[in-house]
Design a protein around this ligand. Structure first.
Ligand SMILES: Cc1cc2nc3c(=O)[nH]c(=O)nc-3n(C[C@H](O)[C@H](O)[C@H](O)COP(=O)(O)O)c2cc1C
Length: 177
């Protein structure tokens, strides 16, 4: 299967980067093709709801790095969303990419599976509830099956994450896709 991993964090060696690497390791060992889009290091303009993508045949008004992502987005069998929690939601970098799905909305419906991986500093699930609800709502709307989630509570930094089972969970999730 073709797996597209979209990350949000600007920390190249942060907690979500570790979960991403573990997931990709497992997925590659299982023989899957994996591509990765690190939104924090790309040029992706926020959607401005101009409707040009829906009302003309010239696509999105912004000719930016979404043009590189879109072919993988449209052909991936599995899309993996990886974000730190910022103020009870996914961070702005990954949200900006998700909003830009709007330009391909009709093509994205059905025939895909989705995974969510989050980290946060709080030691309860409360901070993650909004992001999980948003992910589930998107998957339901786009008719995607949810394959699994890794929700890393009490993971404010890499040393905290290393004491948990979440990296192993991410590896196993990738391995068992
Ligand atoms: C702007 C900002 C907002 C944050 N908001 C929350 C929050 O609402 N709840 C929480 O538990 N952690 C919050 N955190 C902590 C991060 O989720 C946590 O440090 C995470 O491990 C960072 O992931 P990264 O290393 O992959 O960037 C916040 C961190 C930042 C920088």
């Amino acid at each position: 299967m073709k797996i597209l991993v979209i990350t949000g964090s600007a920390h190249k060696k942060g907690t979500t980067a570790m979960l991403t690497e573990k997931f990709i390791l497992g997925a590659k060992e299982a023989g899957h093709e994996v591509c990765r889009f690190d939104a924090a290091f790309k040029n992706v303009h926020p959607c401005i709801a101009c409707e040009k993508c829906h009302n003309t045949d010239t696509g999105c008004a912004f000719k930016d790095d979404m043009e590189k992502l879109n072919p993988d987005l449209l052909t991936a069998d599995v899309i993996v969303f990886v974000s730190p929690i910022y103020y009870y939601g996914m961070n702005a970098q990954i949200r900006t990419v998700i909003d830009r799905f709007y330009a391909n909305d009709s093509s994205l419906h059905g025939n895909k599976k989705a995974v969510l991986m989050l980290t946060m500093a709080d030691n309860t699930m409360e901070s993650a509830e909004g992001a999980i609800a948003s992910f589930k709502g998107m998957a339901k709307y786009l008719d995607w099956d949810i394959l699994g989630m890794v929700i890393g509570v009490d993971c404010g930094d890499i040393s905290a994450l290393e004491k948990t089972c979440y990296p192993e969970q991410a590896y196993e999730l990738g391995k068992n896709i």
